[in-house]
Design a protein around this ligand. Structure first.
Ligand code: HEM
Length: 402
């Protein structure tokens, strides 16, 4: 095993070229050392598929406790920042609400929403895909699921951005901005819960009010911890995946034409594009006991990053991992994590992504990135910040209900 003496050289994780094309850095970091050092925070990073899959499945050593990440929250994000065995109780409660069958029931409404959003720009021959589709789409699905008013879309987006993209120039400012945003989020959900208490519905927020673990009702703080996490985990991830996927399809017309001609390829394509782009580039853990990694000893309390993007392009796990193959089988990618904290919303996310591409391609089968426009990539998570598309103007098609 090589040491952790990764020399990022010209290309590093914080180089703009890495942001638009991370694969060369992933290759380099894996080849040089299974345990690299994050040049920014100085923390070790696991880089290989096998090691990362093991770490994700060993929460007794690689803990997800609150000290693994600083997001301005005063209480743990539930279930993300809770270790088993309590974590297992939360997942037993939440998993059935996000099962494949439950998600299938939402498909009709989600399809209508996707159709309406594409209809709004289909006749224009151009759109900025992020602001006109990839941002409002998952956020509207989410408001519906929670039973929150659609008019809150902009408030909701601003609340979330206050945590993910705090308006600040340095670390200290960012932490203060996150704490302010976290208080506003708590206030927003506290008011919404009070309304639901008076007027319960069939939605998730109303259900939280009566939900029980270990024979007792969830406390107000626990419900806030869950809502806070849903807001942070369920919106930008889908937006980012959609942006990266559509950007890739715009630049690869032959592959896009295959999807348009044969939508049965879509489920495989959605997963393969998730693997290839891995929008959640890495996840945070903190060591619960001392371990030796890459020949170095690390003590309990050491924060550590699991570089999912590197795991997902590791040639030991994926033949030709730097190429997109819609029919890749098997595809053991870690874009949704693995082990006890594997993404609660993966069925919802896959359904949203599949329907979005289906409804887009039904109306706009051919599109390209606008001439002279440069696509901007961001790294809060791996995302396309601005995606200007041009296409032959299409026709508004009634949004199907099924
Ligand atoms: C393409 C979209 C998505 C991606 C790439 C993604 C990715 C991830 C990843 C990598 C984790 C594991 C984190 C860790 O191990 O530390 C995770 C956890 C989680 N995700 Fe997602 N996610 C997506 C969509 C969603 C959606 C739509 C929801 C909606 C509720 C959601 C809710 C959660 C929750 C609650 C957890 C924590 C699970 C736990 O700790 O037990 N995610 N997600």
């Amino acid at each position: 095993m090589a040491g952790n003496d990764f020399d990022p050289g010209e290309l590093s994780l914080f180089d703009p070229r890495f942001i638009s094309d991370p694969h060369p850095v992933y290759r380099k970091v894996r080849a040089q050392c299974p345990v690299a050092v994050d040049p920014f925070a100085g923390n070790p990073m696991l880089t290989r598929h096998e090691d990362i899959a093991d770490a994700l499945r060993t929460p007794g050593v690689y803990s997800s406790g609150m000290d693994a990440t600083a997001l301005g929250n005063q209480r743990p994000l539930i279930p993300l920042q809770v270790d088993p065995p309590l974590h297992t109780e939360y997942r037993k409660l939440l998993d059935p609400r996000f099962s494949r069958a439950r998600v299938r029931e939402l498909e009709g409404d989600v399809r209508q929403l996707a159709g309406r959003l594409v209809n709004d720009f289909v006749e224009n021959g151009r759109c900025e895909f992020n602001s006109e589709f990839a941002i409002p789409f998952p956020c509207s699905v989410f408001l519906g699921l929670m039973g929150l008013p659609l008019e809150d879309l902009d408030t909701f987006l601003a609340l979330k951005n206050g945590i993910i993209r705090p308006p600040a120039t340095d670390q200290q400012d960012a932490e203060a901005a996150r704490e302010r945003a976290a208080r506003k989020i708590d206030d927003y959900f506290t008011r919404a819960l009070a309304r639901k208490k008076k007027n319960p519905g069939e939605d998730l927020m109303s259900w939280f009010l009566g939900a029980e673990i270990e024979g007792r009702k969830l406390t107000h703080d626990e419900v806030l911890g869950i809502c806070f996490l849903f807001l942070l985990g369920g919106l930008d991830t889908v937006t980012a995946t959609l942006g990266c996927s559509v950007e890739w399809l715009a630049r690869n017309p032959v592959d896009r034409a295959r999807l348009v001609a044969d939508p049965s390829l879509l489920p495989g394509a959605v997963d393969e594009l998730l693997r290839f782009h891995t929008p959640v580039v890495g996840v945070a853990r903190v060591l619960r006991r001392g371990v030796t990694l890459g020949g170095h000893e690390y003590e309990a309390g050491q924060p550590i990053t699991l570089l999912l993007g590197s795991a997902n392009t590791d040639s030991d796990a994926f033949k030709e991992g730097d190429s997109v193959k819609f029919d890749r089988e098997p595809n053991p990618h870690l874009a949704f994590g693995a082990g006890p904290h594997r993404c609660l919303g993966s069925h919802l996310a896959r359904m949203e992504l599949k329907i979005a591409l289906e409804e887009l391609h039904k109306r706009i089968p051919s599109y390209a990135i606008a001439d002279g426009e440069k696509v901007r990539f961001g790294l809060a998570i791996r995302e396309v910040e601005c995606l200007p598309l041009v296409f032959p103007p299409g026709i508004r098609t009634q949004a199907d209900a099924s």
